[in-house]
Design a protein. Structure first.
Length: 134
């Protein structure tokens, strides 16, 4: 499915999400999409809310014209042309980090000592069915 109108409230790409919400493994995935097309993961990055949508933050931050994941999903028939076009045209007013690397550095900064605010976000996520931090 195409990304939501704006990145979810716990998106690792959002500037207003506290550090340390997601696991280190999840943050480690983000810089991989900053690489040249041929070095990127060959899959789209899905929303952590487990709703089957592309991550809005991922779609907005990374160049979808040069996304290997987007190209692969289209090539093997996992994504409709309409969904691909929605990703290519995606815009949001939500303040986001400028790259996967920047988002990962922020997320990892307090991963060992998450703030109370981060702990509240994690608590809310833990109550949602199907959402895991790993």
């Amino acid at each position: 499915m195409p990304p939501a109108k704006s990145p979810c409230g716990s998106c690792p790409y959002r500037r207003d999400v506290p550090s340390g919400v997601w696991s280190a493994d999840e943050y480690a995935k983000l810089p991989e999409f900053d690489k040249p097309t041929w070095e990127q993961p060959p899959a789209v990055f899905l929303c952590h809310q487990q709703d089957g949508r592309m991550c809005g933050g991922w779609t907005a931050v990374h160049d979808m014209d040069n996304s290997l994941g987007l190209r692969m999903a289209q090539a093997i028939g996992l994504m409709s042309p309409e969904t691909a076009q929605a990703a290519l045209n995606y815009e949001t007013a939500t303040p986001l980090f400028s790259s996967g690397t920047e988002a990962a550095e922020h997320g990892l900064a307090e991963i060992d000592t998450p703030s109370e605010r981060a702990q509240r976000v994690v608590g809310k996520l833990a109550k949602k069915p199907g959402v895991t931090r790993s």
